[in-house]
Structures are given as structure tokens and as C-alpha cells.
Design a protein around this ligand. Structure first.
Ligand SMILES: [Zn+2]
Length: 420
């Protein structure tokens, strides 16, 4: 993948595109990667996803949901995207699944834990490179220890940086040796939690040893994924990212922050120059029964306008309007709030399917608006609109677990009725 910056503005971030080398296909940045689980868009079949978007998208795939496919992929000759039914869609391979919360701990000097549906697995650097060589993604991230968050102790953060350096030394060596890996673009991890000293150390190492092998940067270690990413606040994240970006933007390489960051934080990061995000926010909202309804239109807001519609709310029982008036997604065109509320009440699988269709459509439209705003150098207006939604208080976009109905065992598994 090649990265081209088209437009750089002091107040609105940067516009650019990624080019897939083999096909010449271009993908506008800031880019919304389509998060997959086991290679599929969560809850949606390939055919249904076509109704959400006819465009070709860049797919974000995680080893945590796909490592068991290694053997089948070895035998399959049609490439990773072909294997999952999205032929020629570019792929970004990450280690962790941004949709699910990752437990702390389990890191060791020589291995990285992988939290899969079958339980905890471990990957050594050797095994990791073998997996990447089998998957042959367009972009892959370097192996790293990302087990830090806002509460991490200094010692843990230092360890994550030191271990990442050791893992990356192996990755650089293998990447420069392997004919297969050379065809993939390596995103170098920047570790260091919320500590400016540690992030700088990690950047220094990436620069000194990554050199030409580095095709982009990926930032983890700010949260433990799942809903915890939506809890990260601007006050926490923006100062440390400003510090890192001051050093990195001059490199003109794409910068990616995986995780379900709120729409407001995404905008603020884009303004600073971050280029790539994933769609796990749409998933995290859908499995917690929320339909995204924040607005980017200059309009008269009223008291009923909220950033989410809570599908579990009993007042929707006889509400025969679509999730969102004027939304052109399949769910809003064909169904109404009362029906989706009924699907939730009866634990029907169609419930999360319709919510995913709507939420993904909503996020994709949001990114279109972001591109227009950067081109017009008016990202600040959009940030104000998203931040206040016509009111005088900052809107809360954090997704909270819907404990009304989800039992602990059912968390993250969709529409599961609580037994308690
Ligand atoms: Zn809709």
C-alpha cells in the first residue's frame, strides 16, 4: 500500500489516500476500516453488506478472531480477502479484536497473549511471522506489547516499550529477509501508554530501526479495547497524541488508532493528523442495543435529539417511525423503531443485524462528511456541531454496557436475554 497526502491544513488535519499496489485502487483518508470478526462484517452476510455499501472497503482483520484459519488459508490460493468472500478488498491485519475488551496481564518476555473465543492463546515472534506470511495481508502491524491503559503503572509501561522493541527487532529482520512479507506494508507499533517519555522512546526506536521498512505507525496501549476505548476522553488522549504527532507527522506515513473511540474524539484526532480508524464503535453500539443518531447537519436541534437511540426503551413500543428520519440505510427504509424494539424483546437475531446495518451506514456517511469538511477547511465547525449537538453541554458519546438485559456471560455476544 502506498500513502499519498493530498491536502494538508493547519486547522483541519490531512486528506490523502492509500493505494493498493496490485490493483491501483484508492482509498480516501481519513479512512474508516471495516472491522471484521472471523473475516466477516459482524452480523452481516456478504450479500447484506452489499446493501450497506457498494464501495470497495479496506477490511480490518484480527488474529484474535482468525488465527484458527491458518491451515485452511495455507491450502487456499485466492488470498485472504478472497477466502472470506471479499475478493480484492485490501486487508489490514491487527493482533487484537477492537470489538472485545482484552484482559490485563498474561504478557511475558517472549510471548504475546491472544484472547480468542477458544480462550487464551500465546504467540511467539516466530509464530507471529509465520501467521502473517500465511495471511499475506496488504498491511500488518508489528508484534508488540500493548497491555497498558490510563491506570498503568510506570513499570508496566516501561516493560511494554522494552518488549515491543525486542519483538520489533525480530519483525524488522524477518520483514527484510522474507519475499512474502515484502509485499505487505509494515505498520510499526508505538508503545508507551500515556507517558510522553515512553512514547518518545518508542518513536525513537521505530525511527532508528524501522527506517524504510516502516510503512506507517499504529498506536495502541491507550485502552483495553471493547467499550473501554469509548471511555477514553479528549483530556486524556489529546495531549499525549499531540506530543507523538509532533515527532511523526513530518514522516508523511499513515497513522492508525484502532479501537471504538467516540465520534468526537475521532474528529479531534483527525484534526491533529491521524489517518486511520476502524468501525468497532458501530459494533459496540449495536450489541449494546444502541442505534447511532448523532447529527452532522446544521439544523435546529430539539430535546428529542440524542446521540443514540436506546432500543430497549419501552417508549419505542408503538413508535412506528424509522430509527432515523431521512436515513437511507436498508434498516431505516424497511423497518421502524417499534419492530426493532420487538426484535430485542424476543431476542431475535435480526435485531443486531438491523442495528449493524444502520450504525455502519451512519458511520460511513459521517466519514464522507469529514472528507468534505477537511476539503473545505471547516473541520472545526463539524467538531463544534458533534461536540454540542445544538445544546450547551458536551454530548456524551461513551457507550455503556446495557446491563438492563445483558448477563455477564452474554456480554459481547449480541442479543442475549439476562437470566438474573
Ligand atoms: Zn438507518
Amino acid at each position: 500500500m502506498k500513502f499519498v497526502i493530498e491536502n494538508l491544513s493547519k486547522n483541519s488535519g490531512r486528506l490523502g489516500y492509500l493505494v493498493q499496489q496490485d490493483t491501483g485502487k484508492q482509498f480516501k483518508t481519513p479512512l474508516l476500516l471495516q472491522t471484521t470478526k472471523g473475516g466477516s462484517i459482524p452480523y452481516l452476510s456478504r450479500e447484506v453488506f452489499d446493501h450497506v455499501s457498494k464501495d470497495c472497503h479496506v477490511l480490518q482483520m484480527s488474529l484474535a478472531t482468525m488465527d484458527h484459519m491458518k491451515e485452511a488459508l495455507t491450502l487456499f490460493k485466492g488470498g485472504l480477502s478472497g477466502f472470506v468472500g471479499f475478493k480484492d478488498y485490501p486487508t489490514v491485519l491487527t493482533i487484537r479484536d477492537p470489538c472485545e475488551t482484552m484482559p490485563n496481564g498474561s504478557n511475558d518476555k517472549d510471548i504475546v497473549p491472544l484472547f480468542t473465543r477458544r480462550g487464551k492463546e500465546t504467540i511467539s515472534p516466530e509464530k507471529y511471522i509465520e501467521l502473517v506470511e500465511t495471511f499475506k495481508p496488504d498491511i500488518y502491524q508489528g508484534l508488540n506489547d500493548a497491555d497498558t491503559n490510563f491506570d498503568s503503572a510506570k513499570k508496566r509501561i516501561q516493560k511494554s516499550v522494552d518488549r515491543t522493541e525486542i519483538f520489533m527487532r525480530f519483525c524488522y529482520e524477518q520483514h527484510s529477509k522474507s519475499e512474502i512479507l515484502k509485499k505487505s506494508c509494515l505498520f510499526v507499533p508505538i508503545a508507551g501508554g500515556y507517558n510522553t517519555f515512553n512514547r518518545s522512546q518508542s518513536i525513537k526506536d521505530a525511527r532508528a530501526n524501522g527506517g524504510d521498512l516502516c510503512g506507517g505507525y499504529i498506536f495502541e496501549g491507550f485502552h483495553n479495547y471493547g467499550l473501554s476505548a469509548s471511555e477514553v476522553t479528549s483530556e486524556q488522549l489529546l495531549p499525549i497524541m499531540a506530543h507523538c504527532l509532533k515527532e511523526l507527522l513530518a514522516d508523511s506515513k499513515p497513522i492508525m488508532l484502532p479501537g471504538a473511540y467516540t465520534p468526537l474524539l475521532v474528529l479531534e484526532l483527525i484534526k491533529m493528523g491521524v489517518d486511520m480508524f476502524d468501525s468497532s464503535y458501530a459494533y459496540c453500539a449495536a450489541v449494546n442495543f444502541k442505534a447511532l443518531s448523532f447529527s452532522w447537519e446544521e439544523k435546529e436541534f430539539n430535546v428529542n435529539d440524542t446521540p443514540f437511540i436506546d432500543i430497549t426503551d419501552d417508549c419505542l413500543r408503538e413508535d412506528f417511525t424509522p430509527l432515523l428520519k431521512d436515513c437511507l440505510c436498508l434498516a431505516c427504509q424497511k423497518h421502524n423503531r417499534a419492530y426493532i424494539h420487538h426484535l430485542y424483546k424476543t431476542s431475535e437475531l435480526l435485531g443486531p443485524i438491523l442495528l449493524m446495518i444502520h450504525n455502519l451506514h451512519h458511520l460511513m456517511q459521517f466519514f464522507k462528511k469529514i472528507h468534505e469538511s477537511i476539503a473545505a477547511d471547516s473541520l472545526d465547525n463539524l467538531i463544534q456541531l458533534i461536540k454540542y449537538q445544538g445544546g450547551d453541554k458536551v454530548v456524551e458519546y461513551r457507550i455503556t454496557a446495557n446491563t438492563k438485559v445483558i448477563s455477564k456471560a452474554g456480554l459481547g455476544k449480541g442479543f442475549v436475554e439476562s437470566k438474573s
